[in-house]
Design a binder for this molecule. Structure first.
Ligand SMILES: NC(=O)c1ccc[n+]([C@@H]2O[C@H](COP(=O)([O-])OP(=O)(O)OC[C@H]3O[C@@H](n4cnc5c(N)ncnc54)[C@H](O)[C@@H]3O)[C@@H](O)[C@H]2O)c1
Length: 241
């Protein structure tokens, strides 16, 4: 019988958005747990060569190039058992400011990109042994914030796809869940410049760290159990369902 570490060493995880923020923290967490990580990002890798990690430069909106990059990265490596799709974008938008290009960009990355990561991943996760997927939604899928018109709609789509794909992939013994963070201290959030002003309104009076979120990605994707189709809000009490 294999020890837990031997079992981990025989598995790979696909993490998208792996160069920054929660995706990067998730990639590093799986690597620390002994998994081989296929770390996908549209930008050049920020990871060192010493980690148990294969970097792939690919855009998740382009299924063919994502599939080719992932297949190459998995060649000769442990079988794929998990997908964490953390890549996402969060530009502001409103009825006044949106245009077709912005609409397409947000929905292409956040919705089509999630679908592409799921389909590419599902092809590698064998039905015999099963696995798990975790998508990134947001509390904005449920709560209303100013200037998040298209972003919140795209993340509501992620919540809906999580339920649909949980049913579809159950027959392949793949669980599908989503994480809906509130405020998280990431490079992306800091670039937005709104995090400090938001903190007084958070009941726990702080943003989440990327490692706290990565722990939930690890729990749901690294140790799948009887939970599927759910979206877990991790938001310090700013939003409760
Ligand atoms: N930061 C927050 O407070 C917060 C809150 C709720 C939800 N989220 C969601 O969590 C996820 C991660 O957020 P973050 O703050 O860690 O992000 P981030 O901006 O720090 O990192 C996102 C990474 O995704 C990559 N990426 C973007 N578009 C891509 C594409 N088309 N193909 C491949 N890679 C791509 C970027 O290069 C970047 O490395 C996102 O889906 C975001 O919408 C974030």
């Amino acid at each position: 019988m294999q020890t837990p570490n031997q079992q981990a060493a025989s598995r790979s995880v696909l993490v998208t958005g792996a160069n920054s923020g929660m995706g990067r923290a998730t990639a590093l967490r799986f690597a620390a747990e002994g998994w081989h990580v296929v770390a996908v990002d549209v930008t050049e890798s920020t990871h060192g060569v010493e980690q148990n990690l294969t970097s792939v430069v690919a855009d998740i909106t382009d299924e063919a190039s994502l599939a080719a990059g992932v297949a190459q990265a998995l060649d000769g490596k442990p079988r794929l058992a998990a997908v964490v799709n953390a890549a996402g974008i969060f530009p502001t938008s409103s009825l006044d400011s949106y245009d077709v290009a912005l609409y397409r960009r947000i929905f292409d990355v956040n919705v089509l990109g999630t679908l592409n990561a799921a389909r590419v991943g599902a092809k590698h996760i064998g039905a015999d042994e099963g696995g798990a997927m975790v998508f990134f939604a947001s509390v904005d899928a449920f709560a209303v914030s100013r200037n998040q018109l298209l972003y919140s709609a795209s993340k509501a789509a992620v919540v809906a796809m999580t339920r649909s794909l949980a049913i579809e992939l159950a027959e392949s013994r793949i669980t599908v869940n989503a994480i809906a963070p509130g405020w998280v201290d990431t490079e992306g959030t800091r670039r937005g410049g709104r995090i400090e002003a938001a903190i007084p309104s958070i009941p726990l009076k702080r943003a989440a760290s990327v490692d706290e979120i990565a722990t939930w990605a690890w729990n749901l994707a690294g140790n799948p159990s009887y939970i599927t189709g759910e979206t877990v809000c991790i938001a310090g009490g700013i939003f409760m369902r």
